[in-house]
Design a protein around this ligand. Structure first.
Ligand code: PLP
Length: 383
């Protein structure tokens, strides 16, 4: 009998992983499954990034690096934040991590004491509440509605603040809703944070994947109390390389580095050199992938709505949230029916706090989207 810690017993494995593994199992047994459950671009990492990794290997860049990342990458990130986001950071105020997820992990552990409350707009990416709880904090969901395109209401956010509130999480463009918050909302959130003495963690992982909207960094309006988190995974099709980063107030970055020094030590050295190339020069790749995602978004949103599965039009990221109550009122059951009968893997909204909906990732080819829509039609016709 292995007695596991209370901490880990209360940790919920991601339901995204549960659906993906069930789909893989079916696939292995020979069933032809189309997977719209994973959150990663279907493109290959751009060749100039791969070339930079090869060059790093050949040059023997295979040793431990500084905890916070090689100076070349921190400088490239600081330059990027200035150029693309209008944010001014010294390279020392930037920390490189093993994926954006580790940046979030380090940040929540550096900031939260037992009982500290964290406001998270819902539907949310499943890892926020889980990491917050793991760090001893209390996640507090602030609901948004499909009718408003899942836009955050600053007054609803204000109403959720208590004497225990410490942090606000902003994720725009959002996974799973695709909502992109306008400058006006971000200014109001920054104002609220200042008034109530709260900190802001902004996850800008999908900043480059925006359509009929513009991405704005909230740190512009409250730099002294904002930690900006981003990474290479989604923008440069580098999910497996595991490079993320954070920029913010120096004492917080130093605390995050202290945590990292006792856990992973540093992000992979070769991937860091690859990320220098990715972050410094990938405009063509970003524009090409954005155009591809845009076309796919238009097709899948129109297709699902035509089939009678109400789906709001997301402004960013590469996910849609379809209302599947006409298949089954319970989204877990709906996802199971869709997997078993339509042979399409989707993620139930349960863990995203999106009842009655499933999330579909459209980071797949147009042909796959067409086939998914045909399978949904057959499923609906048969019921
Ligand atoms: N933040 C959001 C909103 C995400 O969707 C993801 C990945 O799915 C991440 C962060 C983490 O990405 P990574 O750890 O690959 O950088």
């Amino acid at each position: 009998h292995i007695s596991l810690s209370q901490k880990v017993q209360s940790l919920k494995p991601s339901s995204t992983v549960a659906v993906t593994s069930r789909a893989l199992e079916l696939q292995r047994s020979g069933v032809d499954i189309l997977s719209l459950s994973v959150g990663e671009p279907d493109f290959d990492t751009p060749p100039h990034v791969v070339a930079a990794a090869k060059a790093a290997l050949d040059a023997g860049k295979t040793r431990y690096t500084n905890v916070g990342g090689i100076p070349e990458l921190r400088e490239a990130i600081a330059a990027k934040l200035q150029r693309e986001n209008g944010l001014t950071y010294a390279p020392e105020a930037v920390a490189v991590t093993s994926g954006g997820k580790q940046a979030l992990f380090n940040a929540f552990f550096a900031l939260l004491d037992a009982g500290d409350e964290v406001l998270i707009p819902a539907p949310y990416w499943v890892s926020y509440p889980e990491i917050v709880s793991f760090a001893g904090g209390v996640p507090v969901a602030v609901p948004t509605t499909p009718e408003s395109g899942y836009q955050l209401d600053a007054e609803a956010l204000r109403a959720a603040v208590t004497s225990k509130t410490k942090l606000i999480v902003i994720n725009s463009p959002s996974n799973p809703t695709g909502a992109v918050y306008p400058e006006q909302t971000l200014r109001a959130v920054a104002e609220l944070a200042r008034e109530k003495d709260l900190l802001i963690i902004t996850d800008e992982m999908y900043e480059h994947i925006v359509y009929d909207a513009q991405h704005v960094s909230i740190a512009r309006f409250a730099p002294e109390r904002t930690l900006t988190i981003n990474g290479a995974s989604k923008a440069y099709a580098m999910t497996g390389w595991r490079i993320g980063y954070a920029a913010g107030p120096l004492p917080l970055i130093q605390a995050m580095n202290a945590i990292q020094s006792q856990s992973t030590s540093n992000a992979n050295s070769i991937a860091q050199w690859a990320a220098v190339a990715a972050i410094s020069d990938s405009y063509e790749f970003i524009e090409r992938s954005r155009a591809a995602f845009w076309e796919r978004r238009d097709r899948i949103v129109a297709g699902l709505n035509d089939l009678g599965l109400p789906t709001p039009t997301p402004q960013g990221a590469f996910y849609v949230m379809a209302d599947t109550t006409s298949i089954h009122p319970d989204e877990l059951e709906a996802a199971r029916i869709i997997l078993d009968e339509a042979r399409v893997a989707v993620v139930p909204g349960t863990d995203f706090a999106a009842p009655g909906r499933v999330r579909l990732s459209y980071a797949v080819s147009m042909e796959t989207i067409e086939e998914v829509l045909r399978r949904f039609k057959a499923l609906l016709d048969s019921r």
